[in-house]
Design a protein around this ligand. Sequence first.
Ligand SMILES: Nc1ncnc2c1ncn2[C@@H]1O[C@H](COP(=O)(O)OP(=O)(O)OP(=O)(O)O)[C@@H](O)[C@H]1O
Ligand SMILES: [Mg+2]
Length: 285
Amino acid sequence: MTPEEEEAIRREFEASRKQAHKTQPNHGISQFELNDYSRIKHVLGVVSGKGGVGKSLVTGIIAIELQRAGYKVGILDGDITGPSIPKMFGLSDVRARGMNDLIMPAETSTGIKMMSTNLVLENETDPVVWRGPVLGNALQQFYEQTMWGDLDYLLVDMPPGTGDVALTVFQSLPIEGVVIVSTPQDLVQMVVGKAVNMAAMMNIPVVGLVENMAYFKCPSCGERHQLFGPSRAGETCLLYGIDMLGQLPIDPKIAEACDRGDIEQSLPEGMLPDAVAIIVDHDAE
Ligand SMILES: Nc1ncnc2c1ncn2[C@@H]1O[C@H](COP(=O)(O)OP(=O)(O)OP(=O)(O)O)[C@@H](O)[C@H]1O
Ligand SMILES: [Mg+2]
């Protein structure tokens, strides 16, 4: 990145930060409220500047690591039309149960609570062809009508982009911070800047950046290959003044575990060692 490019990004970022102070994104929009059976200490969003970079995977990994660290965790699959969280945890055949007008969330084998469109569809392969207002209603029900119980963390896997559902999540849920997920290519393409700016416009702090697919570790020689060129994550974090939460390698075993639905069992310890510490620290502030 040339100093001129860097300066241009900095200026754009500062402009949107100033704009953020002027806008009141929640004005006139109602906040969703929890039912009597739910107490959630912290709600965090997982976002990216574009789709397919591994948001759902990172949501899953952070949930698993927080849970392994002893916290009570839930995942709200905010990707209403493209839900992928239940499958990753082997819950494809599970359906959420209704109790009066409330919903019992599904629970993974280690006790992570989960709510997702896939848990209420008749068949997992049914397409979700709902319009904007219905999508917002689904999200509202997942938050307000789900019996979440006591949670330390509710992670919201955000839908890709900046559409209706993403805006509703930002405006109606008490999101304390967002984790941004990117791949090395995005850093070059300034996609991270888009996510940082969106958070700034919604007045939501950024917890930090996870760089996914940062390198490939050769199974025979153990050497790390940076397939997309050298990582720019550190430099990008400095540029936007955000924390680096960690890097994940491209690992076919992870993709296979997601497909098999046993990520919770097969995820190696400490994939994102700093993420838990920084998230916990961030919320203690
Ligand atoms: N580090 C990785 N190593 C191997 N496979 C990965 C890695 N990260 C993601 N994948 C695979 O890439 C695919 C896309 O990942 P994921 O669903 O998490 O992306 P996403 O950002 O949530 O996508 P969308 O925007 O569609 O919701 C999945 O099949 C996932 O298993
Ligand atoms: Mg996803």
